[in-house]
Design a protein around this ligand. Structure first.
Ligand code: ADP
Ligand code: MG
Ligand code: MG
Ligand code: MG
Ligand code: MG
Length: 443
């Protein structure tokens, strides 16, 4: 149950909390916060606290910069790592314009807008369970970052226990203290790579948790002298980090992807949702795989998807249907990576699925063969396309996809494109190490 304004004021008083961080994210999913003192909290909880939106990337121009932060009381949390003398809490906020309307550039508010569309179609909840992977790298004594993993360094390390495993255990403990239900945590395939899975929740809550999760992982890593990164492909030649999204829809408390009367026990709604995701997969990539570097993960040989297909068994396609049925019936979208803004990622996935449901888009038959062993001709016969090979290609797809543009709204779409085009162009003009090695002598 969400605490009331009075509950929060009482807790803050009793626990001697001095500072409260009012949190939100910019359109790139970078967490921002405005710290206030306990004295200002009542005003903030009444939604009367203003801030200057022009200082945030992709938000607004100077002339329209006054914004309101409206804290969501259900997100109130005491931060476990804060110094006891200055106990701190946080509240996640929605952003409103000076005239009291939800601000169209707020990713959290935008996700709520798409969830409202779903509601009008009789869908009460979108549940998301993310599987975020990350690397833990050594930092040098002077604090500079490396891409050396603790596993490699372990050989030289005199300490008998793995620093990475220790750090991960502390991360799980901190997360549990903050109300996360951690379902699994394990070492991943690449050296220095880890995954921590927490229980699925409704879309806005899960997006909030993804942001908190990344902050906690980074903070605890730092305490262990390690650097945690959610960069999708930090090291050439080994697996990158993904963030698979497990998704289901519910109405009247029931999982509506489940239908025991069909051969696969998937409902038509589930099939249409898959159809919509496959149809819009290329444009969605611009949001779920937002970095130049994201596309270096989406290559064959590392269990990351390259082709637009779905399957019941195989882990190579874009969408896998895990075997569990009943309330656990879900689809697993395997392309997203943890650098994505979760609010935007969930909004575009939901919108694509809703388009599938509205227009009864039936997906092609599931492909249970290894797509990497098919040639182009065979893939064509199965109706299997490719995910974009670069950020530039993905941005072009986003520009041409009305449905996915609508999932962002005009404001976010325009600012996002502007920022990402600049990122792509800046990268495109660089001369890389690889080019010098290949060409400098030969030509
Ligand atoms: P994998 O087998 O791909 O490694 P994991 O066990 O690591 O999968 O993660 C499964 C995720 O799916 C968890 O976050 C879990 O809470 C989530 N999940 C389970 N049931 C549902 C559901 N009905 N809707 C959405 N997510 C779900
Ligand atoms: Mg997993
Ligand atoms: Mg698992
Ligand atoms: Mg994994
Ligand atoms: Mg998975």
């Amino acid at each position: 149950m969400s605490p009331t304004k009075e509950d929060i004021l009482k807790i803050v008083e009793e626990k001697g909390i001095r500072f409260i961080r009012l949190q939100f994210t910019d359109i790139y999913g970078i967490p921002k916060n405005v710290a206030i003192t306990a004295e200002q909290l009542e005003k903030a909880l009444d939604g009367e606290l203003m801030f200057d939106g022009s200082s945030i990337d992709g938000f607004v121009r100077i002339e329209e910069s006054d914004m309101y932060l409206k804290p969501d009381p259900s997100t109130f949390m005491i931060l476990p790592w804060a110094d006891q003398r200055y106990a701190e809490a946080r509240l996640i906020c929605d952003i409103y314009t000076y005239d009291g309307k939800p601000f169209s550039g707020c990713p959290r508010g935008n996700l709520k807008r798409i969830l409202q569309e779903a509601k009008q179609m009789g869908i009460d909840e979108m549940y998301v369970g993310p599987e975020a992977e990350f690397f833990l790298f050594q930092t040098k004594e002077d604090g500079t970052l490396t891409t050396v993993t603790h596993d490699e360094a372990g050989y030289f390390d005199l300490a008998p226990v793995d620093r990475g495993e220790n750090a991960r255990r502390d991360m799980v403990l901190a997360l549990e203290q903050m109300g996360f239900e951690v379902e699994a945590s394990h070492h991943e395939v690449a050296p220095g790579q880890h995954e921590i899975d927490f229980k699925y929740d409704s879309a806005v809550r899960t997006a909030d948790k993804v942001i908190t999760f990344k902050t906690v992982v980074r903070k605890i890593a730092k305490k262990h002298g390690l650097h945690a990164t959610f960069m999708p492909k930090p090291v050439y030649g080994i697996a990158g980090s993904g963030m698979h999204l497990n998704i289901s829809l519910a109405a009247k408390g029931q999982n509506i992807f489940y239908d025991p009367s069909t051969p696969h026990q998937l409902s038509d709604i589930a099939l249409y949702f898959i159809g919509g995701l496959l149809k819009h997969a290329r444009a969605i990539s611009a949001i779920t795989n937002p970095l130049v570097n994201s596309y270096k993960r989406l290559v064959s040989g590392f269990e990351a998807p390259v082709y637009i297909a779905w399957s019941f068994r195989n882990r190579s396609p874009l969408i896998r249907i895990p075997a569990k049925r009943g309330p656990s019936t879900r689809i697993e979208l395997r392309s997203p990576d943890p650098s994505a803004n979760p609010y935007l990622a969930f909004a575009v996935c939901l919108k694509a699925g809703l388009d599938g449901i509205k227009n009864k888009i039936m997906p092609p038959p599931p492909c249970d063969r290894n797509i990497y062993h098919m040639d182009e001709e065979e893939r064509k016969a199965w109706g299997i396309g490719n995910l974009p090979a670069s950020l530039g290609e993905a941005l072009k797809e986003l520009e041409q996809d009305e449905v996915i543009r609508e999932a962002l709204g005009e404001h976010i779409f325009e600012r996002y494109m502007e920022g990402k085009r600049l990122e792509w162009d800046t990268y495109r003009m660089q001369v890389h190490e690889w080019e010098l090695k290949e060409y400098l002598v030969k030509y």
